[in-house]
Write a protein that binds this ligand. Structure first.
Ligand code: 3H9
Length: 694
């Protein structure tokens, strides 16, 4: 049973007991109704306390039940709340830790609410692409006022119970023993004559509700472009204001049912679970012991090393920062300081905090100063010879059990590990630039990386607020290996008839933050050039368009040289289509004997996205990623894939793998088709009528 029923001196205590967060799944819902009825039928009971066991009052509806028969089976949450609200004996919600979504809606159905200080209160449904579907849009405005409620509902933001003191939501805020206080409160109100107050009966008072709602609509229109849910939240609140509680409730329900079935909501829920699933590694049990990490060291104070150091400093870790030359060290420290100063001037950091953070950094030129570090992250030049020097030196100085991490983005981690006599302690921590900003961390698992090293790094990733995804060893790991195929298609399309601005526009309209050519100009076209030159030697048979090499031969490396695929004005980041480059592209097609054709936006998007999907499927098949959602998390958090499409693999499922297979086979039969070798996994899943996510 997911609900416990006990009695305490005339008070029935109904305790949700459905770990981890007391999600309101079917058995929990049934348990609450049963408990309410049992209390009605017991003459010794005068009042009811409704609370949650463990780490939450309730995290809301059980999201895993959405779009399954269980979600609509009675008692639905609406029925549960009706039972609570209709109880003749007063119900007191005793809220601690977390009351979110349906959990808060349940509490709003109670006659009284008392809360522990510091409890997290939210209606976060909008973050899942839905709106509160059990009366939240109707009751919260009646409890805390129209403006505060609308802001909470539309943003999904978490507000502490302390902040809501005096708002009308809570009857009492409690410092000490909540259960004790709730029972005492319940006894007091149980002694009173009913009926007991109902939030639904309160009035929404606002001097200019219509004006405020219009203002909110305008703000949301600018901020929530591709998402329907925030708009529907406002519509539902407005329906309640204009037409009263019952009509508002019915309208809210209608909107909820429609939104929960949309691909956008499915994508957001996929991202929610994908983020949590990424930290679970199939053969590394959750109870794997972790190593203590107190002291961190970073080797290399360049852009990457500096950004990595900032991550740890921000989380309170003392960091020793090693460079080979004083000048480089000074420059690195100055950049870190500049970054923090920018945060101070934006009001995101207190000036004292800046100094405190800088004080956590110990600069050094000596490897001997790394001997106390529990974790050492190397961020030096991407060249195996350089890594060899660093790791053999680390092997000499690092203490036993220290984790030795490489930030390599392209090199073979197993080779790096072999430079030491402790390959079990070596792991990849591939940060993305700017490392202090980007959420993604690829954790690269070498052939011999110890399980406790992996477990430690995954736990640490949470502390430094990264989304960590484990990747096996392969060229480019998950993210860059896939992006290479995407860029390859982008370049082929230039040869065949497209221009950079058209390609970028099409994929940005699909939802990518930045198209491949703007992205290359930002990262530096010389980086891709260096990788390609390596590829030409390693895989001489592999077919690449040489058009990007042509661009690089002219010195157009991107924003940093004032020109790349686009032109840039000094001091600006705006990309202006470049006549010179466009003419160069057209001339190149002619030179290689290609008759340029008009390429539609649909083809551009399809080729780019399916290139990711096809490579992603191979990565999955080879076990480089352990699940499709890991690949999606890499793309959502590191590559600007539109979150409302859930990542390339979920997007492929939405298209249907049968259609994906057909499209890939079609492109494989066209010019440059040799770049398309259909991943066997796609054909297999399509034949079984399945998707990457089941
Ligand atoms: C809703 O309520 C709709 C209603 O308006 C209308 C209905 C008709 N369901 O985040 P954590 C799992 S929509 C199922 O690591 P934390 C989570 O997957 C809901 N599972 O812990 C994870 O599982 P695992 C509105 C859920 O302490 C485990 O719990 N509510 C749910 O860092 C621990 O999660 C929300 O959107 C759920 N509702 O944070 C709240 N919630 O261990 C979403 C969590 O297998 N939840 N799980 O990986 C959160 O924001 C955080 O989980 C919370 C705890 C703050 C509660």
């Amino acid at each position: 049973m997911a609900v416990d029923y006990t009695t305490r001196d005339g008070v029935a205590v109904i305790t949700l007991n459905n770990p981890p967060v007391n999600g309101l799944g079917l058995s929990t819902r049934a348990g609450i109704v049963e408990g309410i009825e049992r209390a009605q039928n017991d003459p010794a009971i005068t009042a009811i306390v409704l609370t949650g066991a463990g780490k939450a009052f309730s995290g809301g509806a059980d999201i895993t039940e959405f779009n399954t028969p269980k979600a609509t089976r009675e008692p639905t949450l609406a029925t549960v709340i009706k039972a609570v609200e209709g109880s003749a004996k007063p119900v007191v919600a005793a809220i601690h830790s977390v009351a979110m979504g349906g959990g808060l809606e349940l509490a709003l159905g109670a006659h009284y609410r008392i809360a522990a200080r510091g409890a997290q209160i939210a209606l976060p449904e909008v973050k899942l692409g839905i709106l509160p579907g059990a009366g939240g849009t109707q009751r919260l405005p009646r409890a805390i006022g129209l403006e505060a409620a609308l802001n909470m509902i539309v943003s999904g933001a978490t507000v502490l119970s302390d902040t809501l003191a005096g708002s009308g939501l809570f009857d009492e805020l409690v410092e000490g023993d909540l259960a004790e206080a709730a029972c005492a409160f319940a006894r007091k109100v149980g002694a009173k004559e009913g009926p007991h107050p109902k939030v639904r009966e309160r009035q929404i008072t606002h001097p200019n509700a219509a004006g405020f709602i219009q203002f909110a609509r305008n703000s949301v229109a600018a901020a929530a472009k591709p998402f329907p849910a925030p708009h529907k939240c406002i519509d539902a609140i407005e329906a309640g204001v204009l037409n009263g509680f019952d009509k508002g409730l019915a309208f809210e329900r209608e909107c909820f049912v429609a939104l929960v079935q949309t691909p956008k909501s499915r994508a957001l829920r996929h991202a929610f679970f994908g983020e949590r699933a990424a930290s679970k590694i199939p053969d590394v049990p959750a109870d794997t012991p972790v190593r203590d990490i107190e002291q961190v060291a970073v080797i290399g104070a360049g852009t990457m090393g500096g950004g990595i150091a900032m991550n740890f400093v921000n989380a309170g870790f003392p960091v020793t920062l090693l460079e080979t030359r004083q000048e480089a060290l000074d420059r690195g420290l100055a950049t870190i300081r500049k970054n923090y100063e920018a945060s101070v001037s934006k009001g995101k950091l207190e000036p004292e905090a800046l100094e405190a953070r800088m004080a956590l950094i110990t600069p050094t030129l000596s490897y001997d100063d790394l001997k106390n570090a529990d974790l050492i992250v190397e961020a030096v030049f991407e060249e195996l010879g350089v890594k060899e020097q660093v790791f053999s030196r680390l092997d000499e100085v690092a203490k036993a059990g220290a984790i030795l991490a490489s930030n390599t983005s392209t090199l073979d981690l197993d080779k790096i590990a072999a430079f030491t006599k402790r390959p079990q302690d070596v792991v990849g921590m591939h940060f993305f630039s700017p490392a202090n900003v980007m959420k993604l961390l690829e954790v690269v698992r070498g052939r011999q990386t110890a399980k406790d090293v992996l477990a430690t790094v995954m736990k640490l990733a949470k502390k430094i607020k990264k989304t960590a995804v484990v990747s096996g060893v392969c060229d480019g790991f998950i993210g860059n290996r896939m992006i290479e195929q995407y860029i390859r298609q982008a370049l082929f399309m230039l040869e065949e008839g497209a221009l950079p601005a058209q390609v970028d526009k099409a994929i940005e309209k699909f939802g990518f933050a930045m198209g491949p050519f703007r992205m290359s100009d930002l990262a530096g076209n010389d980086i891709g050039w260096a990788i390609r030159r390596r590829r030409y030697q390693e895989h001489p048979g592999m077919h690449y368009s040489r058009i990007a090499d042509r661009l690089c031969e002219t010195g157009r490396f991107g924003q940093k040289t004032g020109g790349g695929w686009y032109d840039y004005k000094a001091g600006e980041r705006t990309a202006y289509p470049s006549k010179v480059v466009d003419e160069m592209i057209v001339a190149y097609s002619k030179e290689i004997g290609v008759a340029r054709r008009k390429i539609g936006d649909e083809e551009i998007v399809e080729r780019l996205v399916l290139a990711l999907v096809n490579e992603g499927a191979k990565i999955l098949e080879e076990g480089i990623a352990s699940k499709a959602s890991d690949i999606d998390m890499v793309y959502l958090t590191g590559y600007g894939f539109p979150i409302y499409r859930g990542g390339p693999m979920l997007h492929a499922d939405t298209l249907g793998l049968y259609n994906v297979e057909r499209a890939i086979r079609r492109y494989a039969a066209q010019p440059n088709g040799d770049a398309w070798q259909l991943a066997p996994g796609i054909a297999r899943l399509a034949a079984e009528g399945r998707g990457f996510n089941g």
